[in-house]
Design a binder for this molecule. Structure first.
Ligand SMILES: *Cc1c(COP(=O)(O)O)cnc(C)c1O
Length: 383
């Protein structure tokens, strides 16, 4: 076997030939069916996702972003309203709040899990708050029990941004089945990805499901009758069919991600470069992700105060890596009218400056993980 001289952050072409054949057959099935919008593939995907996640309703939509938008629209969030979300997240969380006309109200993150902090959510509630939107960042659930309790106490629905956390557990429940709505993404880099864009809205409430279903199809119910304005948030039948092939492979893929995370953890310990503190990391060490809860490692995110130097070092060894996310939402140009300033959310700002994602996708070989771990260790020892 050739010596390893590079490792990609993600390689979506390493699908085994059996699954490739099944995907091609699914494509043919849809092609020859003539049903490209809604229909049996979408129905099938929805039933299978509901069974996988253990929820009553699963509604296929056009992306994770549209899942969030449809959920907020189904809750009638609009101008004059406020929605609480973390500042350290992917843009869609805050962007969809903004697009409803509501104001995103940001909260800081926990320094260990990077998820939002329940006490800060409660402190941010006003009489305009219409929803609370925690994000299960990198594949680990936010602390949902206190968040749901806060929502119930104040009569505010919780919408889970579970885009990075499909099948991650919080106790005996799955991410996205705990709040009023759960929102998932099938973007190719997510743990369950399609061959384009796709998403899912979940709920256990019949009435919320009915409205969300109508919302994805222009608020239409019955045909050509519109009680409210929705959008075209439908998932393609083709993507649904492809996802149904990939769905049974999610559990082994998640196991592969966990194995890789474990291999990294063992390798960094063996090299003596793992920091004792996940938050206050010295220059010759790295902080490792801490699984306070079940973690599905959509990203394996380490931290170092010398992040930019580590990036250069990894690039020189052709190791893929990425910063999720370099600019927290309160510092984004498009939200400048909210009037935030640097220093307002110190934990998020430090995470944005220090964190780095390493390759963790399930098809990585042990040798590739070792190549990455050795490089990171060499960087630490050169400090
Ligand atoms: C990926 C992602 C989204 C958006 O999903 P898309 O399918 O890309 O629209 C939303 N929130 C978070 C946290 C994400 O990671």
């Amino acid at each position: 076997m050739a010596a390893i001289d590079h490792v990609p952050l993600l390689d979506l072409t390493r699908t085994d030939s059996e699954q490739l054949d099944a995907l091609r057959a699914a494509f043919d099935r849809v092609l020859c069916s003539g049903r490209y919008i809604m229909g049996p593939e979408v129905d099938g995907l929805e039933a299978e996702c509901a069974a996988l996640l253990g929820c009553k309703h699963a509604i296929g939509v056009s992306s994770g972003t549209d899942a969030l938008l449809a959920a907020l629209m189904a809750l009638c969030v609009g101008p004059g309203d406020e929605v609480i979300c973390p500042t350290y997240t992917f843009f869609a969380t805050a962007g969809t709040i903004w697009r409803t006309g509501a104001k995103p109200v940001f909260v800081d993150s926990d320094p260990v899990t990077y998820n939002c902090v329940p006490e800060q959510i409660e402190a941010a509630i006003t009489d305009r708050t219409r929803a609370i939107m925690p994000v299960h960042l990198f594949g680990q659930c936010a602390d949902m029990d206190p968040i749901v309790a806060i929502g119930q106490k104040h009569g505010i629905p919780v919408v889970e941004d579970a885009a990075q956390a499909i099948s991650a557990r919080y106790g005996d429940r799955c991410a996205g089945t705990i709040g009023v709505f759960g929102c998932f993404s099938f973007f190719p880099s997510k743990n369950l990805g399609c061959l384009g864009d796709g998403g899912l809205v979940t709920t256990n409430d019949d009435e919320h499901a009915r409205i969300a279903r109508a919302m994805r199809n222009h608020g239409m119910e019955p045909k050509y009758h519109h009680h409210f304005v929705g959008g075209n948030f439908r998932i393609d039948a083709l993507q649904a069919a492809l996802l149904r092939i990939k769905l049974p492979h999610l559990a082994p893929a998640t196991a592969g991600r966990r194995r890789n995370a474990q291999l990294y953890t063992e390798a960094f310990a063996a090299h003596g470069v793992a920091s004792d503190s996940p938050t206050a990391v010295p220059p010759d060490r790295i902080g490792l992700p801490v699984a306070v809860r079940d973690h599905i490692y959509n990203q394996f995110v380490i931290r170092t105060p010398r992040r930019e130097a580590l990036r250069e070092f990894l690039a020189s060894r052709k190791i893929g890596h990425e910063v999720y996310y370099p600019v927290p939402m309160h510092m984004q140009e498009c939200f400048r009218t909210l009037g935030h300033a640097a220093g307002q959310f110190p934990v998020a700002e430090r995470a944005a400056a220090e964190t780095l994602a390493l390759p963790v996708f399930p098809e990585l070989s042990e040798a590739e993980v070792a190549y990455v771990a050795d490089a990171v260790a060499a960087f630490c020892k050169g400090a």
